[in-house]
Design a protein around this ligand. Structure first.
Ligand code: ADP
Length: 195
């Protein structure tokens, strides 16, 4: 069973993922794996250099700030990059999934509904939090301006829209409360598996 965990920037996906990890659930962080593959895979590297130029890599490492600046306001370029990277991540995920023998696994993906990928999951958990709290968290975590966080949020669905399409919702305004909700969901998922 594959459970998708999603949520807007700063909602606390990584934080909540740790709860599930502590219950022994294997977790796959799609963004991290994509970044690793972009560094490791010779095919991806060749294609990204073709798309973005030699600057795509610096000192043999993916030049993330450069790529981010290129794709931020260019949906066509973003789509082209995704077309290079996403199929490789999907294959990598399948291989990883085949090796797992836990009751279920969690795949963290920042953007599920926005890319219409909800059908790839048996269940979807969405982490939500107060917008202002999220902005403050990201400003602190990444050392960026409010405007920058709001610009990223603009490209993501609102919490209300995501909630409508989710099987489970975790409200992460308060960590202790969110942890309680995560444990409840974990137990429900195990029950669903056994029934
Ligand atoms: P996401 O992965 O959704 O972008 P993170 O899990 O990285 O979000 O959380 C963003 C920042 O907010 C992190 O620095 C994290 O430690 C902090 N954070 C997350 N949840 C809470 C919470 N309930 N209370 C206080 N800080 C939190």
């Amino acid at each position: 069973m594959v459970v998708g965990l999603t949520g807007g920037i700063g909602s606390g996906k990584s934080t909540i993922l740790k709860c599930f990890q502590s219950y022994g659930i294997p977790v796959y962080i799609a963004d991290d794996e994509a970044k690793a593959l972009m560094n490791r895979s010779k095919v991806i590297r060749r294609k990204l250099i073709h798309l973005f130029g030699e600057k795509a890599y610096e000192n043999d490492t993916l030049n993330r700030p450069y790529l981010a600046s290129k794709i931020f306001n260019d949906k066509t370029l973003l789509a082209k990059m995704n077309a290079i990277v996403h199929p490789k991540v999907a294959t990598h995920f399948k291989q990883w999934l085949n090796k797992q023998d836990a009751a279920y696994v969690i795949k963290e993906v920042a953007i599920i509904f926005e890319n219409n990928l909800q059908n790839q999951y048996d269940y979807i958990i969405t982490v939500v939090a107060d917008k202002d709290l999220r902005i403050k968290r990201v400003m602190q975590r990444d050392g960026v301006s409010r405007e920058k966080v709001e610009a990223i949020m603009k490209n993501q669905w609102s919490d209300e829209d995501k909630i409508k399409k989710s099987d489970f919702v975790i409200v992460n305004d308060n960590l202790k409360e969110a942890q309680k909700q995560a444990l409840k969901i974990h137990k429900k998922l195990l029950k669903k598996l056994n029934s």
